[in-house]
Write a protein that binds this ligand. Sequence first.
Ligand SMILES: NC(=O)c1ccc[n+]([C@@H]2O[C@H](COP(=O)([O-])OP(=O)(O)OC[C@H]3O[C@@H](n4cnc5c(N)ncnc54)[C@H](OP(=O)(O)O)[C@@H]3O)[C@@H](O)[C@H]2O)c1
Length: 394
Amino acid sequence: MSDPRKRVAILGSTGSIGQSALAVVDTHPDRLQVVGLAAGENAERLAVQVARYRPRMAALATPQAVDVLRRIADWPADTVLAGTGREGLVEVATHPDVDIVLCASSGTDGLEAVLAAIEAGKTIALANKEVLVMAGGIVTEAARRRGVAILPVDSEHNAIHQCLHGRSPSEVKRLVLTASGGPFRGRTSSQLEAVTAADALRHPTWQMGRKITIDSATLMNKGLEVIEARWLFGVDADRIDVVVHPQSVVHSMVELVDGSLIAQLGVTDMRLPIQYAFSYPDRWPAPVPPLDLARPRQMDFDVPDTAVFPCLALAYRALRGPGSLAVVLNAANEVAVARFLDGTLPFTGIPRVIEQALDAHEPAACQSLAQVRAIDQWAREYAADVARGLQLKV
Ligand SMILES: NC(=O)c1ccc[n+]([C@@H]2O[C@H](COP(=O)([O-])OP(=O)(O)OC[C@H]3O[C@@H](n4cnc5c(N)ncnc54)[C@H](OP(=O)(O)O)[C@@H]3O)[C@@H](O)[C@H]2O)c1
């Protein structure tokens, strides 16, 4: 009898989502098999993963990381080491034995791999929202043409995907994404002037990678998710709302035309949405305790404060314009967040860098990957210049 297991490639296996995905595989060894692993620079962790899961192929992002790997690892003969950079990600994602590609690498280098995997007919489990923010039209059109499913791993979109299951688009009035509000909820703009990266990295409800944690603190994470939702569910900006829900119990909601709100609730553990993307359309038991509704708890909902957190409004502005604006938004945000993390840009400088890059850009429709990459490159250079002008003394 042939092996019934779904064969998974994980891009970003050494990160927060990647490790949670491997924990899901550990829970369901009879249902899932790891056939591809790709990481950035963490050769030590990748070596441990390769020794344990024996994938058909593995990759690291840089030749330097590969050198480290060669020094430390007793490499299994049956695992091929792919190339570095974007090509390595493409090789892992399109390996003939792969059924599902989980894109959980941070940054934008996974874009080519996601497109190549779609062309190769693989199912996509998408954690990396930047891919859809940069090239949502190109990616979703390719998936439609090839008949490939893009299954959301982001907990909010995973929740909406569950709420929409079995419904016709004509029943849906709007999507409601919930936001924890991040560690600075309730602060004033002047109180945000002096916050540090260490303050911003203390997220109240989720344990995540550094970049997404800063995005949560600025509310840009929710802005990127609004754009992601537009492409995943084909719903316009005017029908996607955000509510602040500090307890992160309701992962998101769908309002139907009769006013009913359908919500998905659960504990804050990324293994659940990852598992659902792997199991879809089935459901499997999970090793996570269910939400205990008998425990006294409060659930609050509030409107986001876009005067104090302008990044959310900037994302709506980008989504309402031609596609190149979202590319600029994403690239300028990545540059600004990196400068904030290295201590050279104040927290309040992040939206200023993004806004100035959006203002300086001549918006255009984005039809090709080459165009997306060119605009991305321009925006990174422009944002770096603006950030230098706002630089803090370190
Ligand atoms: N964490 C969450 O709860 C969460 C929730 C929803 C969505 N997401 C999204 O999922 C993605 C990953 O988030 P995360 O929190 O897991 O981030 P993370 O902990 O920082 O991990 C990032 C992963 O990407 C790898 N990577 C970075 N650059 C790479 C490159 N050029 N080529 C190949 N691999 C590369 C890293 O490798 P090394 O560490 O080896 O360098 C690491 O494995 C992000 O797009 C994020 O927005 C995360």
